[in-house]
Design a protein. Sequence first.
Lengths: 491, 169
Amino acid sequence: MENLYLMMAPLFSLKLLIVLFFGTLFGLILGVLPGLGPTTGGALILPFTMTLDPLSAIVLLTSIYCAGTYGGAITAILINTPGTPAAAATCLDGYPLAQKGEAGRALGMATVSSAIGGIFSVVVLVFFAPLLAKLAYEFGQPEYFALAIFGLTMLASISDGSPIKNLIAGAFGVLISTIGKDFMTSIDRFTFGINELSEGIGFIPVVVGLFAISEMLTQSTLLDQVFKRVTLKAVKLPSIDDYKKTWKTILRSSGIGSFIGVLPAEGGTVASLIGYAEAKRWSKTPEEFGKGSIEGIAGAEAANNAATGGAMVPTLALGIPGSATTAVILTGLIIHGVRPGPDLFREQPEFLYGIFGSMLIANIMFFVFGFFGAKIFARITLVSNKLLWPMIFAVSVCGTYSLNQSLIDVWIMLLFGAIGFFMRRYGFSLVPVIIGLILGELVEGTLRQSLVIFDGNWLMFFTRPIVLTFFILSVIALIFPLIKRKKIKND
Amino acid sequence: MNNVQNKKRANKSSLPFFFTNSFIVSFIIIIISSILLIVTFTFDIVPPILNRGIQPATFPKALLVLIIFLTLIVYFLSLKIPWKKEKKLPKQFFITLYNFILFIIIAKTLDFLLAISVLSFLVSYFWGERRIIYLLLVSILFPIIVFVLFETILGLRFPPGIITNIYYY
C-alpha cells in the first residue's frame, strides 16, 4: 500500500508532471523522426539532466523511452519507414492498412496496443524488479561475472545482423571499455600517450557518434529517397470488432514483450518481431498478415512497448541494461550518483516507485498525445533532412562537449560516427557495441575479483550453482540463433 | 532453386576474392586487431604482489583473439553465403565526411562555434538546400541558440576562439 502511494507521488508533483509532459513530447518527436530514437535522444538530453534532481532526470529519460518507442509507429504507418527499429514490424501491416484509406484505424490500434503493452510492462516491473533485486543479494562477484557474460552472449540473438557479427560488435564494445587506466592496477592501456584517454572513453561520445552521427552519414546517402505519404484525417479508436479480434493478441504480445525486455541486451526490436510472428501464428486469418491486418499492428506495437518496462527490470535490479536505451538510462543513474542494484530497493524505495509511477503516467500521456496529436507529429517528418541533420549535428557536438568540457570527446564522437556508418553498411549491428561498452567494466572487474577470491583457480567458477546456471543459459543463447536458422530453413 | 544457385554463382565469380566486401572488411578488422594485440604486449607487467587475478594485458588480449577468431568465421561463412553487394557511396557522403575533417580543423584552430556554423552551412548546401533564409537559419541562428542554451543552462564554458572570445568578453 505504501509502495502504491509512492508510485502515485509523481501525480502530486507539479515539477515531475512538467518533466513527464516534456519528456513524452520530446520522446514522440524523436520516435517520429526516422533515424533518431529514444537511444540517441536520451544520450543528447543527458547533459541537460544534470540540472535536475536524480528522480526528475530519470523520469525524463524513461518518459522519452516510453513515448519514443511508440512514436516510431506513426511514421511506420504513414510513410512506411519505421521511426525507430522497434517499429519495423509495424510497417508490415500498418502501411498497407493506411494505403487502404484506414490510416486513422491503424494508428488508433497502434496507440491503444502500445499503451496497454506499456502499462502491462510497468505492472511486470513493479512485481518482478523487487524479486530480482532480492535474488541479487545471493550474487557475489562470480555470479555478476556469469550474468554479464550471459548478457553479452544474448547479443547473438539480437535480430538485426548475423549472430557472429553481433558478437564481434559486442567484443568491440568491451574492448573500448578497456581503454584508459586499468582500474585495478592504474596501468595505461591503449592510451597511445594521449593524456585525455587515461580516463577512458566516455559512453555518451560513443552513443551519440554511433547513433546520431552515423545516421547523419547514412542520410547523406539517401538524399534522393522519396517518401510516399498517406494522408491522415484523424486517429480513430478501435471499434468493438477490432477489440474482439485483437484483445488476445495484445495480451499475448504484452507478455512476450515484457519477457523479452527482461532478458539482458534484448529490447523492443526483438520483442516486436516475436510479438508479430506469434500474432500471425495464433491468428484465425494469417493470410491477412502483410496486407493490412489489424492483429499484426496490435501484435508488434503491444510487444515493443511492453519491452520498455521489462528492460527496466534488470537495469534497476542488477545494473545490467535490458536494451540500448536502458544503457543510456543506466548511465544517467550513474551520473546522478544512483547505484542500481538490490540496495537501491531497500534504501531508496521512493525513488524507484517514483520511476515506476512516472512510467505508468508516461504511457497514459503518450496515449493522449498520440490520439489527439498524431496528425501534428506526422507533420514533423516534413522537416527537410537538409535542415534537420545539420541542426542535430550542432546539438550532438555541444551535448558531447558539455559532459567533460573536452574536445577529445567530440573527436571521439566523430570517429565513432564513421565507424558506426561502416559497421551498419556491412551488416554489423550497433546495439551490441553499446551493451558491450557498458558491460565491459563489469565483466573484467568481476572476472579479476573472482579470480582473486578463487586464488586464480578458474575451475572454481563451476562449483557455484548460479554461475553454472548462467553459463548454461549463455551456451543456449549462443546456440539458439543456429537452431532458429535451421528451423527457418526446414520450414 | 536454379535461380538461387545461379545468383550465388554470379555473386561468387564476379570479383576476385580480395575485392569482395567480406574479404576487405575481415582483412581490416584482423589487421587492426593484430596491431592492437601487438600493442598489448607493450603494457606494463604488474609484479605478482600487486597483481590481482590476471595481468592488465590479459583481458584485452583475450578479447582481440576472440575478435580475430570470430572474424575468420564470418569470412569463411561469407564464402558459402556471399554478402549482398552495397551501392556505391554518393558524392554527398564524402563531402559530409570531409566536412567533419574541416570541422575539426576549424574548431581546433579558429573557433568552436564557427566550426559548427561552417559545417552546418556546407552540409545543408551540399545536400541541396539553396534557400538563403534557411541556410542562415541553420548555420547562424540555430548554432547560436544551441550555444547560448548550453552556456546558460549548463553553465558550460566553450573553448576559446575568435567568436567565443567576443561572447565571453
